[in-house]
Write a protein that binds this ligand. Structure first.
Ligand code: ZN
Length: 247
């Protein structure tokens, strides 16, 4: 099976559109979306509608911003900027899109035997997986061999091959990694709408499960147009500024 893996679009239509155009979706058997369709960016309806159009090949989980923007979570752990954006989003989503976001499933979701997706950690959808210690805790109690996750906005790959715990930062324009059939992996495709690894380009991945091949990609997109949309919407300036530096 060939999978297209998309995460953390955060209502950034300019970034999402470039990826949808370039990724040649027809080549994929299934599209995996790892949550945070909305929040921060100023085009929530466009992004949600593009995701909805991916059905029936779509498998999706909700993110923390999807929960706050759709009223499932009060966002008490959000900073003021994130909360302002979530409330702005709640006011703008059409009722059909709001309902869709509210009904997104909680991860982890098993996509196929041995393959799962989640937003944060497979043990808790809101927990960040940043370090090898975080990954080790998951490997100790969650035994699905390959899990794709999002939430940190940092493209990365954690592995447990035999007793060896590994971390690979997925830097640069694109690349590929062959997974060991006996290894276990936690893999983050990075963020489409708000990259945070000091590379402003939109990030996504593909996975060919027969060849066990993960490929990652970075694509430039019209950052200025996304920033203008944010400012025109009256959203906090910081949300526009960070897109230019990928932070
Ligand atoms: Zn996110």
């Amino acid at each position: 099976m060939r999978y297209l893996i998309l995460s953390d679009m955060h209502a950034n239509w300019e970034a999402f559109e470039v990826i949808l155009r370039r990724a040649r979706r027809k080549r994929f058997d299934s599209i995996l979306v790892l949550g945070d369709l909305v929040g921060y960016g100023a085009a929530p309806n466009q992004v949600v509608e593009a995701v909805r159009r991916m059905a029936p090949r779509l498998i999706v989980v909700r993110g923390n911003h999807d929960k706050v923007a759709s009223g499932l979570d009060p966002g008490t752990n959000f900073n003021q900027t994130a909360l302002t954006a979530a409330q702005w989003t709640a006011d703008r989503l059409t009722s059909a899109n709001l309902r869709y976001v509210r009904e997104l499933p909680e991860g982890p979701v098993e996509v196929a035997p041995g393959l799962a997706i989640c937003h944060g950690s497979p043990l808790d959808e809101d927990t960040y997986v940043f370090s090898d210690i975080d990954a080790f805790e998951i490997f100790s109690s969650f035994d699905t061999p390959v899990t794709f996750f999002g939430h940190t906005h940092i493209p990365s790959l954690f592995s447990l091959e035999g007793k060896r715990l590994g971390v690979t930062a997925l830097r640069g324009g694109s690349g590929s990694i062959q997974l060991d059939p006996k290894g276990r992996y936690l893999i983050n495709p990075g963020s489409i709408g708000q990259p945070r690894d000091r590379d402003p380009r939109a990030s996504y991945m593909t996975y060919d499960s027969r060849r066990r091949l993960v490929r990652w990609y970075r694509l430039p997109y019209p950052v200025l147009a996304a920033q203008k949309r944010i400012l025109k919407a009256g959203l906090p300036h910081a949300l526009a500024d960070r897109l230019a530096i990928g932070a």
